[in-house]
Design a protein around this ligand. Structure first.
Ligand SMILES: Cc1cc2nc3c(=O)[nH]c(=O)nc-3n(C[C@H](O)[C@H](O)[C@H](O)COP(=O)(O)OP(=O)(O)OC[C@H]3O[C@@H](n4cnc5c(N)ncnc54)[C@H](O)[C@@H]3O)c2cc1C
Length: 146
């Protein structure tokens, strides 16, 4: 979906990230075009669980992930699959991921995520009011069952 050929700023991808960035830019008086091959908001932003998960501060890379690496790498039922041919090009990223999964880095990353999420609830309240009305958000808690 491209509205015009020329624009001051093009935002690639019209999911929740692109849409909120575009909204901020428009409010700041900038000219913005959203570029997306599909309808806005129909990617991951459509098919998710819909929780405002301010508690979800645990980074993906943690010491627990490091400990389970052998089974992740070699088990036949592992959810992790890496094409061997891609390993050389992935190696720099994998090394950074391993480093970031050490205890001190994990704690620092969790604190950074917590700071980012601290006012997520209030910011979603504001955004909901602005774009769709207060009724779009419901406060019913969230129950995880294992
Ligand atoms: C099963 C599931 C459950 C989840 N549950 C939650 C939850 O409860 N709470 C929560 O906060 N988060 C949840 N998430 C995560 C959340 O949905 C995503 O983090 C968020 O939607 C990502 O938004 P996005 O705008 O980056 O991506 P998307 O919504 O996927 O938007 C990306 C857009 O980019 C477009 N695009 C892709 N490639 C190009 C290209 N080359 N050029 C132009 N456009 C392109 C796509 O068409 C798409 O519209 C969940 C995710 C999943 C998969």
């Amino acid at each position: 979906m491209v509205a015009r050929d020329r624009t001051e700023i093009a935002v690639i991808g019209a999911g929740v990230v692109g849409l909120t960035i575009a909204l901020e830019l428009v409010e700041a008086g900038r000219e913005v075009v959203l570029v997306d091959p599909g309808q806005p908001g129909m990617g991951a932003s459509y098919g998710n669980a819909g929780t405002i998960a301010g508690y979800a501060v645990r980074p993906v890379g943690t010491p627990a992930v490091l400990r389970s690496l052998p089974s992740l790498m070699f088990s036949r039922t592992s959810p992790l699959a890496i094409r061997h041919r891609a390993l050389p090009s992935l190696m720099p990223w994998l090394m950074r991921f391993l480093w970031q999964s050490l205890p001190a880095q994990t704690e620092r990353n969790a604190r950074a995520i917590a700071a980012l999420l601290a006012d997520a609830g209030e910011r979603w309240d504001d955004l909901a009011l602005q774009v769709a009305g207060a009724g779009i958000l419901q406060r019913r808690g969230c129950l995880y069952v294992y």
